[in-house]
Design a protein around this ligand. Structure first.
Ligand code: ZN
Ligand code: ZN
Length: 373
């Protein structure tokens, strides 16, 4: 797969994905290739400019972080044709020789056909001009982000979905910071009328420290919180990392403050709290040498069964998290996060449907996802 270090090293030097994969599968590595002479490299169907770059000739390789960011933002697809069957190349929008710029903003993912067009000059006319290329890149990257958000948003609308937990205060703060008019959200008027939230829209815990879902009118509150969460998600670009839980790519893709969506096996364990109004729980999920940690108050569960059944032990769930910090220890990555909400698992989110073609083409992320406990 494209996450293989050898393939990434070859992509960073301008090779297309198909050839990089074929060479890697045939046992080639970057250093083995560098020991070959030009004739031997030509015999492997490597073109002249790439041969020069393999020998560290005219340009340093694209840093792997920038490479992964631009590949991920385009989902390994050409930003012009988005055709999943063609191999892709990472191309410099302003040529490297002129710009010396390896930043993701100057990189575009192009299929071999459109890469040819971007370099091919007919008379004075470049077939795929810098302006057209930039427009195509921005449009496609925006659409990818939108599809991620849409997939998450739609999953919140399906009947079978159930939210087991909301971080009421943090969601309120995020919604306010995004300028959401809480009073206009469906469910607010009813929740307010039944005394389930304050006039400014914040949901307060009762004297036992519980969110008021036991009341008969609690479905209004639930509805109100679902809407509040939707608004928060609409004002950010949440990343569904359920199928990318991989230490090779995650650090390049997420940073503190990002909102991420994680589906899979979660483990919950109790923390003794000195305050009886708190029922603190430590949660964690591990896969592919990435550990995700968060702590929450189970009293904020949305029902009795949420508190007694779903937020206990080992459960396959989705959590919406805001990343606080990422640490690397030995070979593992530790992600410490604040949980915004927890819901029932949803099949389609595990491997985004719209990326089906990409996965089938062998160019996308694999769905490697082995829970380790
Ligand atoms: Zn193309
Ligand atoms: Zn190029």
């Amino acid at each position: 797969m494209t996450k293989n270090p050898t393939e990434l090293a070859l992509l960073a030097r301008g090779m297309d994905t198909r050839l990089a994969q074929a060479l890697r599968l045939a046992g080639w590595t970057l250093s083995k290739l560098q020991q070959c002479d030009v004739a031997a490299l030509e015999a492997l169907s490597i073109d002249q400019p790439t041969i020069a770059r393999l020998y560290k000739g005219n340009r340093p390789p694209i840093p792997s972080e920038a490479l992964l960011q631009v590949l991920f933002a385009s989902r390994w697809l050409c930003c012009v044709c988005r055709e999943a069957t063609r191999p892709v190349v990472v191309h410099h929008i302003q040529p490297w020789a002129k710009s010396r710029d390896h930043a993701p903003a100057n990189l575009a993912v192009l299929c071999t056909l459109h890469h040819g067009e971007a370099h091919n000059q007919r008379g004075l006319e470049v077939t795929l001009s810098v302006e057209r290329l930039l427009a195509a890149k921005l449009a496609w990257e925006r659409q990818v982000a939108h599809m991620d958000r849409l997939a998450i948003h739609q999953s919140t609308q399906v009947q079978a979905c159930h939210w087991w937990y909301f971080n009421h205060l943090r969601l309120f703060e995020l919604a306010r910071a995004s300028g959401v008019d809480l009073q206009r959200l469906p469910g607010f008027a009813e929740a307010r009328q039944h005394g389930l939230c304050a006039a400014i829209g914040v949901v307060e815990l009762d004297e036992r420290g519980r969110s008021p879902y036991n009341a008969r009118s609690a479905h209004h509150l639930y509805q109100y919180m679902v809407q509040m969460l939707s608004c928060v998600l609409e004002h950010t670009v949440p990343q569904n990392i359920s199928d990318d839980l991989d230490r090779g790519t995650l650090p390049a893709l997420i940073t503190s403050g990002d909102i991420i969506y994680v589906q899979g096996r979660h483990f919950f364990s109790n923390i003794n709290s000195p305050d009886p109004r708190e029922d603190l729980v430590r949660a964690h999920r591990s896969a592919n040498k990435v550990d995700i940690h968060f702590v929450f108050n189970r009293h904020e569960g949305t029902s009795g069964s949420a508190r007694a059944l779903w937020l206990c032990g080992a459960q396959t769930l989705c959590s919406v998290l805001q990343v606080n910090r990422i640490e690397r220890a030995d070979t593992r990555y530790q992600i410490y996060a604040t949980v915004l909400a927890i819901r029932s698992a949803h099949g389609e989110l595990k491997s985004r449907l719209y990326e089906g073609n990409l996965l089938r083409s062998g160019l996308g992320f694999g769905t490697v996802d082995e829970s380790e406990e």
